[in-house]
Design a protein around this ligand. Structure first.
Ligand SMILES: NC(=O)c1ccc[n+]([C@@H]2O[C@H](COP(=O)([O-])OP(=O)(O)OC[C@H]3O[C@@H](n4cnc5c(N)ncnc54)[C@H](OP(=O)(O)O)[C@@H]3O)[C@@H](O)[C@H]2O)c1
Length: 290
């Protein structure tokens, strides 16, 4: 068992030799990294981390106010170019318009961070069908669509990096958040496969799989403070730390990064555990299924 775990961690950390040279290009005044969901939480911190390293940015979310504030903060503190594109990523046309706006503004894309996402909470039997579809459009459809729109330009220039934000929920089914966990399993699988396709193109693809992070995510999903606090403190990570580890992994072209040892071990357990044993336990524990 210990040997199996060692091998699993090794696979997560090691890049095959042919992929080792892939990385995010060094920043230039003409290049930008696209960051979705940058109006709060992990996305805002990823934008700050990239700005600290000198990268120009295109920041995207629905709320323009927080995006404008972040753009002002980063332009003033790092003398970089920051472009704001307000967009609702559930909309196919809004996603197409992002590519058009970037081309019209003459921006050269060096990286793409698909971070925007949210979770619903509760059993499918009492779910809001429209909200479930919005979640799949944001967490799944937008990730695949934006990769389809921007990966060709990265491949054409022979350099670039993609960072897709999944979750430790990607490693096992999660009753009570069935659609969310499945959406993140899609992101993880898609990222691995895209990485395989990008072999020897100079473009990397990385999945960031956080456990619980201190952001507005839990509240937006409808978890109460007591439900949130029920998760042990040692699992929690700050958005700053998660963003730093995500950008580090993106720069180095790593396949997967799971911030925090307890979350790595949890992901390994979730990945390896037989479904018929694990799923009933998770169903009993989920606060929305009590
Ligand atoms: N926090 C956690 O515990 C945790 C754990 C694992 C994975 N994650 C993942 O981390 C990512 C970021 O979440 P977070 O924790 O930083 O939560 P957050 O603070 O709620 O941020 C979510 C971001 O996504 C954007 N967004 C949501 N729906 C959108 C839409 N339709 N169109 C455009 N943007 C949209 C939001 O911006 P607007 O509202 O302005 O549109 C916001 O910027 C998500 O993919 C989430 O699944 C979070």
């Amino acid at each position: 068992m210990v040997e199996l775990l060692d091998r699993f961690i090794g696979q997560l950390r090691r890049s095959p030799p042919s992929l080792a040279s892939m990385t995010l290009p060094a920043p230039t005044p003409d290049d930008v990294v696209i960051v979705t969901g940058a109006s709060s939480g992990i996305g805002a911190e990823i934008a700050r981390e990239l700005a600290r390293r000198g990268h120009g940015l295109v920041i995207i979310a629905r709320r323009q106010g927080p995006l404008d504030d972040l753009a002002t903060e980063l332009t003033n503190s790092h003398s970089i170019r920051v472009e704001v594109i307000p967009a609702d990523l559930t909309e196919l046309d809004a996603r197409r318009a992002i590519a058009t706006t970037i081309a019209e503004r003459g921006l050269r894309v060096s990286g793409l961070v698909n971070n925007a996402g949210f979770s619903t909470k509760g059993p499918v039997a009492s779910s809001d069908p429209d909200r479930e579809v919005s979640m799949i459009r944001t967490n799944v459809e937008a990730v695949a669509h934006l990769c389809s729109l921007f990966v060709p330009t990265l491949v054409e220039r022979g350099a670039g990096a993609v960072l897709n934000v999944a979750s430790t929920a990607a490693f096992q089914p999660l009753p009570g958040q069935a659609g969310y966990a499945a959406s993140k399993a899609f992101v993880l699988s898609y990222t691995h496969a895209l990485r395989g396709e990008l072999r020897a193109t100079g473009v990397s693809c990385t999945a960031l799989c956080p456990g619980p992070v201190e952001t507005g995510f839990a509240e937006a999903a409808g978890f109460t403070d007591d439900e949130t606090k029920a998760l042990p403190g040692f699992m929690w990570r700050s958005a700053t730390e998660v963003a730093r580890q995500g950008v580090d992994a993106m720069v180095k072209g790593r396949p997967v990064v799971i911030p925090g040892l307890p979350n790595k071990l949890g992901a390994i357990g979730g990945y390896l555990a037989p479904r018929q044993l694990l799923v009933p336990i998770l169903a009993r524990q989920h606060p929305s299924l009590q």
